[in-house]
Structure formats: structure tokens, C-alpha cells
Design a protein around this ligand. Structure first.
Ligand SMILES: [Zn+2]
Length: 343
């Protein structure tokens, strides 16, 4: 079977899948990320990989790993903030030894961006920011059709763009990052602190329910989060001259609650230097379905396949698969999917 093994490593779940050359997920499995030592976490990866190899008849053409960050691409190691047991864990070496196949590592945000570009709402966009607003805020950049890793593989971690210089501390060690305002738990916390009458455990989903029911402080929390995201997008747009931003993740699933104020704030923040012609879209419905099905977001999985195994990163066959030839200015980005587009 000509399949790629895709791994998705996160602080809550670890998932594995087999993806064929068309990007179809033909096998998937997931397990919770355990507490314990580094080897306990590795045992989960080992179990999932071994099962997938059996499913694939013992052989895969390669492995793509999408990992929560930070990662160290040159070293092939990962130190996810939410997997404290793994500090510079040699994931590439371990998976190579286990599978005997070539292995490529990428940040999960970059893999999401690549997946959206390959099979999702970012199809064909040469300059794309793919991002998630969820328990954290993450993302990745495709620039001029190629994934942009940066020096260590952590480029595009847009959740740590500073949008409030006087803001509070962030999990990254910095302050005032967009994640400290727009991440789901942070929005819920802000609402609690400002009089939201809900249990201490109430999360962003319940916050969305409250906002949809017209609770003003919940609506304010969404507006505040969306405004921070818009400021970040405008800033990234100023640097990268983007075509498109695809916004996914659990908080983004609240739809208009996030996207309406986001669109409004972008109109304020995005001057001519940023987002000229830039659309801001939710992921494609197919990708969203696959994603909400999470185990393995099939977005990173699918994406890691071409990313991992292209002869090189600018190989047109890899960057522009036959099913994805939407030109830069195609109406595909304006037919009901783009929530904002400046012409
Ligand atoms: Zn940060």
C-alpha cells in the first residue's frame, strides 16, 4: 500500500493515520497523551505507530510528524509546552528507528496551513496564514507556495505575536501575546473576571452558548478576543503580504461570534500595507469535518504527506497537486467562504 504515516502530537491527544497519495485518510487512531515520564508518552506513540504499520502491511513510504511546539527542526527534537515530560525529545530519531522510513517533522500549525492549502480553504493561495483559535492560538505560514519554517521550525507561531505591550504573562514566557487574550480558556477567564455568572469550569463552548443567548459579558469576551486576533492578522499581513488567512480551531467554530467582530476589527487595523486583497476564511467544510472529527486532524495528516515526501519543497507537483490549481485571484476565495476581502 502506497501510504504515508502521519503523526499528530499534542498535549491532549496523540494520533496516527495512514494517508494515501490523494490525501484520503485510510486509517486513524488516537490515544490520550499520558501523564508520566518521557517514555510513557513515547509508549503511546510506539503503540499507535506499530498499529498503523500493521494496518499498512508493514511498510509506509515515509512519516510526517506534526507536533505541538516548540520544536527544533535541525535537531529533530520537540519540547511541547503541554507535554512537559518531553524536553528536546528526539522524536525524529525514535520514529525513524521504529519505522525504517524517512521522517519529516513540522510544527502542527504549519502542517495545518499546508493541509488547508493542499485540500482545504487555502487551496492554491501562494501566501497563506493558516491558524487556529482554540485552547491556544497557533499557526503556520506558506510563503510563495512553500512552507516557511524559520530558523528552528517555529516560524508562524502567531499566537505569540504581541498585541498588548502592557498585557499579562503568556505560557511562552513573554507578555501580551494574542494567545493571552483570544485563547478559549483566556476568553472564558476574562468573562468570569468581569461578572459572567457561570461555574468556574465553564469553558469557551459555554461562553459561546452564553453569547448566543445574548449575555453581554460573553459577547464582550468574543469581541475582545476577535479584536486581538485581528490586530495580529494585520501585523502578520504587513510583514508577509498575505493572500489569505484560514482560521480554524474550537473557538472559531463559534462562527459569527468570532468572525463578525474579527471582520470589523480587521477593517480598522489592516491598512494598505497589510491584507490588500487578503481574505479571511474559516476552513473548508470538508476540512472542518475532518478536523472536528479529531483524532488526527486530517489536516495536518494530509498535509504532512506532501510536505514530508516532496523531492524538494518547491517541486510543482508537490506544491500544486492536480486537484488544487485555484489561481491566486480565483473566485473560489470569494464564493461565500471569505468573510472579508478587500479588492
Ligand atoms: Zn506568548
Amino acid at each position: 500500500m502506497d501510504v504515508t504515516l502521519a503523526l499528530d502530537i499534542g498535549g491532549t491527544k496523540i494520533a496516527a493515520g495512514l494517508v494515501d497519495s490523494d490525501g484520503t485518510l485510510v486509517h486513524q487512531a488516537k490515544l490520550s497523551t499520558p501523564d508520566g515520564d518521557a517514555e510513557a508518552v513515547w509508549t503511546v506513540v510506539d503503540t499507535l505507530v506499530t498499529e498503523a504499520l500493521t494496518e499498512a502491511g508493514g511498510r509506509v513510504r515515509g512519516v510526517g510528524i506534526a507536533s505541538a511546539g516548540p520544536i527544533d527542526l535541525p535537531a529533530g527534537t520537540v519540547s511541547p509546552i503541554n507535554i512537559t515530560e518531553w524536553q528536546r525529545f528526539p522524536i525524529v530519531e525514535r520514529v525513524s528507528a521504529l519505522t525504517g522510513a524517512p521522517v519529516r517533522l513540522g510544527g502542527d500549525g504549519l502542517c495545518m496551513a499546508l493541509g488547508e492549502r493542499w485540500r482545504g480553504a487555502g487551496c492554491g493561495a501562494p501566501f497563506l496564514l493558516g491558524m487556529v483559535v482554540s485552547t491556544g492560538v497557533g499557526g503556520g505560514l506558506v510563503l510563495d507556495g512553500a512552507p516557511y519554517d524559520g530558523r528552528t521550525g517555529n516560524a508562524g507561531h502567531v499566537g505569540h505575536v504581541v498585541v498588548d505591550p502592557d498585557g499579562g504573562p503568556c505560557s511562552c514566557g513573554g507578555r501580551g501575546c494574542v494567545e493571552t487574550i483570544a485563547a478559549g480558556p483566556r476568553m472564558a477567564q476574562w468573562a468570569h473576571d468581569h461578572g459572567w455568572e457561570a461555574t468556574a469550569e465553564a469553558d469557551a463552548k459555554e461562553l459561546a452558548d452564553a453569547a448566543n443567548a445574548g449575555v453581554e459579558v460573553a459577547l464582550q469576551a468574543f469581541r475582545r478576543g476577535a479584536t486581538a486576533v485581528a490586530a495580529m492578522i494585520a501585523s502578520v499581513g504587513a510583514v508577509c503580504d498575505l493572500d489569505l488567512v484560514v482560521v480554524g480551531g474550537g473557538v472559531a467554530k463559534s462562527g459569527a461570534l468570532l468572525f463578525d467582530p474579527l471582520r470589523e476589527a480587521l477593517a480598522t487595523y489592516a491598512g494598505w500595507t497589510s491584507c490588500v486583497g487578503c481574505g479571511c476564511c474559516p476552513p473548508s467544510s470538508a476540512a472542518t469535518q475532518a478536523w472536528s472529527a479529531r483524532p488526527l486532524s486530517s489536516i495536518p495528516e494530509k498535509d504532512c504527506a506532501p510536505y514530508a515526501f516532496g523531492p524538494n519543497r518547491t517541486d510543482p507537483a508537490v506544491q500544486e497537486p492536480a486537484s488544487c490549481r485555484t489561481p491566486k485571484s480565483s473566485s473560489a476565495h470569494t464564493e461565500g467562504r471569505c468573510l472579508r476581502r478587500r479588492e
